[in-house]
Design a protein around this ligand. Structure first.
Ligand code: NAP
Length: 308
């Protein structure tokens, strides 16, 4: 199996996969994509369930994405995942998108249905399952602060908070206009219903120590959805001393070994923390459930992910 197939492979798929003992019928589109651990997560699941298909990486640049996704059906694929930078383009490319994907503005899971493509988004729902697993809590019961609300992951989590009507949502982003715009979009979800307290249920605040200190005192869950922390040499995403023992801290970053700088800070504060592996696992499990309409073999997927 190649580390990653290309658009030229897809254009001549029969010859590209002729030598494969098990035919690739699922894959992840991305650029870059070599770092993706999705094959290590999905292939053990396919094997355990006795499904005659392999999951592969597809290194596809932006100019070729629209063509590549249309080659899925004629190439005998069952479906695909879509990652950076194609999630918004995938929403435009599919024939039918489910309501969650439309709200996210992104598709990360594609199902081939005859000659039509259906699109779904499992990042936000995967985050909900991750929180249940890591902290035994429901997103809807929490007051949440999202750092990096202007990025793709931050948007998925913030929109999921809105879908769940969580108790409170604080949006923070380095480029503040993006958080303000997202707050405007989500405002209707936070009107009425629950009792209004002394603090607004939905706010976008500037990324400075004074605002962070004030808002952190009024949230339960702190989510890092920025790319800060992907390298162990990255600076701390929060100024020191702002986390408290009552916080739940979720870092969507999962690269590398050992705790991220944010999770080290959480441990120092006596707070509970978890990294993004659980979100990766559960978004993948939800994709599997969508493709095969059966429960995903979660432990096989987790084991594959951990081994990677
Ligand atoms: P993205 O769309 O490029 O967004 C990056 C975000 O990080 C933006 O909000 C950006 O702010 C912010 N940012 C970048 N550098 C920063 C800095 N030095 N200081 C403060 N903010 C900074 O990327 P993405 O796809 O959302 O990915 C973001 C993170 O989520 C990555 O670490 C990725 O690994 C993780 N992720 C995890 C999962 C999972 O399943 N666990 C899934 C998806 C993503 P601006 O808007 O100001 O540029």
């Amino acid at each position: 199996m190649k580390a990653a197939y290309t658009i030229d492979d897809l254009r001549a798929w029969e010859s590209a996969v002729a030598a494969e003992p098990v035919r690739p019928r699922l894959g992840v589109f991305g650029d870059p994509v070599l770092h993706s651990r999705s094959p290590q997560m999905h292939n053990p699941a396919l094997e355990q369930c006795g499904i005659d298909a392999r999951y592969v990486r597809l290194h596809i640049g932006e100019p070729d994405f629209a063509e590549a996704i249309r080659l899925l059906a004629p190439s005998g694929f069952l479906g695909a995942n879509v990652t950076i930078p194609h999630k918004a383009a995938a929403l435009r490319a599919v024939d039918d998108a489910d309501p969650v994907a439309r709200r996210m503005g992104a598709v990360n899971t594609v199902v081939v249905e005859g000659d039509r493509l259906a699109g779904f988004s499992t990042d936000g729902p995967g985050f909900v399952r991750a929180l249940r697993e890591d902290f035994s809590v429901d997103l809807r019961d929490l007051r949440v602060l999202v750092l990096g609300a202007g990025g793709g992951a931050g948007r998925s989590i913030a929109v999921q908070c809105a879908i769940e009507r969580c108790e409170r949502l604080v949006l923070v982003n380095r480029t503040p206009e993006k958080a303000v715009e997202l707050a405007r979009e989500l405002a209707p979800d936070f009107r009425g219903g629950r009792l209004e307290g002394p603090t607004a249920r939905l706010v976008a605040v500037p990324w400075d120590e004074a605002h962070l200190r004030r808002e952190l005192d009024q949230v339960d869950l702190v989510v890092n959805a920025t790319s800060v922390g992907m390298r162990r040499t990255d600076p701390a995403v929060l100024p020191p001393g702002l986390l408290r023992a009552f916080h739940l801290v979720y870092d969507t970053v999962y690269a590398g070994s050992g705790p991220t700088p944010l999770l080290s800070a959480a441990a120092e504060a006596g707070a509970r923390g978890a990294n993004g592996l659980s979100m990766l696992l559960h978004q993948g499990a939800l994709s599997f459930e969508i493709w095969f309409n059966r429960p995903a073999p979660l432990e096989a997927m987790r084991k594959g992910l951990m081994a990677a």
